[in-house]
Design a binder for this molecule. Structure first.
Ligand SMILES: CC(C)(COP(=O)(O)OP(=O)(O)OC[C@H]1O[C@@H](n2cnc3c(N)ncnc32)[C@H](O)[C@@H]1OP(=O)(O)O)[C@@H](O)C(=O)NCCC(=O)NCCS
Length: 144
């Protein structure tokens, strides 16, 4: 059974595990907890048979929302879970009066770009050599 629910503090270890296995520059447990405890945090996890298999986290300020983190466990990818998480984030942003949601993604991350495009995000800018290893960032926006 699938369940989409808000992040809880007890999810942080499992989120950290998926984060470690998904990124070359993962957020540390401390960074994840800091984001989780921040005032304007919005975050959801997706559970499959009571096990967290994906998460999204971000924040909202005035009428802008931003996705900081999103990942799905490698064994559960390409089943629509990434889209479910992004769409839930957007739905929640609407409750806070957000009008535009932003995110940044590595230029080479075509899977993530496909997921965001499918959710209605469009590329609005690029930031050259944004990441620590010199890769460019693509900035995407969805008006909601
Ligand atoms: C990016 C990520 C979250 C997407 O999650 P997912 O559950 O695999 O994606 P979905 O199954 O919801 O797919 C969403 C869309 O992307 C497309 N897609 C998924 N995998 C793809 C692939 N390998 N190549 C091209 N398109 C792909 C799907 O076709 C779908 O579009 P559609 O509904 O219009 O057909 C997941 O791949 C992931 O965790 N990657 C590693 C971490 C990461 O890069 N996070 C993003 C950082 S910015």
């Amino acid at each position: 059974m699938l369940k989409l629910r808000a992040w809880a503090v007890s999810d942080l270890d499992r989120i950290g595990e998926i984060e470690q296995s998904s990124f070359s520059d993962p957020w540390s447990g401390q960074m994840l907890e800091g984001a989780f405890r921040s005032l304007n945090f919005i975050g959801f996890v997706l559970e499959e048979e009571s096990r967290v298999v994906g998460y999204i986290g971000g924040g909202h300020v005035l009428d802008e929302g931003e996705v900081f983190l999103v990942a799905v466990d490698s064994q559960s990818r390409n089943k629509g879970y990434g889209k479910m998480l992004v769409n839930e984030f957007i739905r929640s942003c609407l409750d806070y009066g957000v009008k535009r949601v932003f995110l940044e993604v590595r230029r080479s991350n075509t899977t993530a770009i496909a997921c965001y495009t499918s959710c209605g995000f469009i590329k609005i800018a690029e930031r050259a050599r944004y990441y620590g290893d010199g890769e460019d960032a693509i900035i995407m926006e969805k008006k909601i």
